[in-house]
Design a protein around this ligand. Structure first.
Ligand code: ADE
Ligand code: ZN
Length: 335
């Protein structure tokens, strides 16, 4: 452990920019919803869940993650899922969040787009009024599906544009480069949405270039493969392009063999705008605080580095300049 302890990191004001709501489905809620909705799960106990949550790569995880999402059927289920995540944020002093959701995971099972977004939105509105947590919602397209499927999903989202800030791109990265989705991202931008994309998680640095050039993203989700391309690193530094890094996810999915190998603090020291996030906390062993704790434990992160990481998240968020200034002041006052 470095100069920091759990309590200091838990109370540190934080902002989360890379969180899949479906990935925040804790086994306890999964079991409760399975019972409520009469859905069969392949697990009978918490021990069986823990046994299943051992992953060798992204695809191993995604198979289990899509299966877990099958317990989500009704608007109230999406509300409960989102509310549980926000409650955790309150416990960990996360003040602003920009979560992802995967509508195609649900519409493919016959659930209405409106059911999904209305449940999530109602919880986010309550999160602001009852917990004081502000939010902006990001719709992710599943990259293992076709661009035509993504275009249909974008069309379904048009009546709900006031509830969305951006579109993103997630799921199986290898073999599904960002440029496969150039047309749907262009349409999303025409509709006034910002864009982000998972790139360089398991895929090559080249996918980060095409996310930047073809999809015109405002942030790169993950982006850890950037360290293999010096020209790209220099470009990220000069443009201030944010990377939403997810340390526990990267070690759980064996992108890095051990947390001591993680490059996030090296990139921070080089001047890359890196941020810390939890990705799929119910599957990867922790929320925001646990991700920061892992960096303190394995990489001797300092308090100054932790505060710089949060400051980068505030800078990279999709809120107004005035709201950013308020959060930066709250962060500066924390010692
Ligand atoms: N969907 C949920 N988590 C993901 C991740 N880490 N990478 C790609 N797609 C995802
Ligand atoms: Zn992710």
């Amino acid at each position: 452990m470095s100069e920091i302890n759990f309590d200091w990191l838990n109370k540190l004001p934080k902002v989360e920019l890379h969180l899949h709501l479906e990935g925040s489905l804790e086994p306890q809620l999964m079991f409760a919803l399975a019972k409520r909705n009469s859905v069969d799960l392949p697990y009978k106990s918490l021990e069986q869940v823990q046994e299943a949550y051992q992953f060798n790569n992204l695809q191993d995880f995604l198979n289990i993650y899509y299966q877990g999402a099958e317990v989500l059927l009704l608007e109230q289920d999406f509300y409960d899922l989102t509310w549980a995540y926000l409650s955790k944020c309150q416990q960990q002093n996360v003040l602003h969040v920009e979560p992802f959701f995967d509508p195609q995971t649900h519409t493919a099972r016959g659930i209405d787009f409106s059911t999904v977004i209305n449940g999530i939105n109602r919880a986010l509105v309550d999160g602001e009024s009852k917990l004081g947590i502000s939010s902006e919602l990001i719709l992710c397209f599943l990259r293992h599906l076709s661009e035509d499927d993504a275009l249909i999903t974008l069309q379904q989202a048009v009546p709900y544009l006031d509830k969305l800030k951006a579109v993103g791109l997630d799921s199986s990265e290898k073999g599904h480069p960002p440029e496969k989705f150039s047309r749907v991202f262009a349409k999303a931008r025409e509709l006034g949405l910002l864009t982000v994309a998972h790139a360089g998680e398991e895929g090559p640095a080249e996918y980060i270039w095409t996310a930047l050039n073809d999809l015109q993203v405002s942030r790169v989700d993950h982006g850890v493969s950037a360290t293999s391309d010096q020209a790209l690193l220099a470009h990220l530094i000069t443009t201030g392009m944010p990377l939403t890094i997810c340390p526990l996810s990267n070690t759980k999915l064996k992108v890095f063999s051990d947390m001591s190998e993680h490059t996030v603090l090296e990139m921070l020291e080089l001047g890359v705008c890196v941020t810390v996030n939890s990705d799929d906390p119910a599957y990867f062993g922790g929320y925001m605080t646990e991700n920061f704790v892992a960096l303190a434990d394995s990489l001797a992160m300092t308090k100054a580095q932790a505060k710089q990481l949060v400051s980068n998240s505030i800078k990279s968020s999709f809120i107004s300049l005035e709201s950013k200034d308020k959060l930066q002041q709250i962060l500066a006052d924390y010692i």
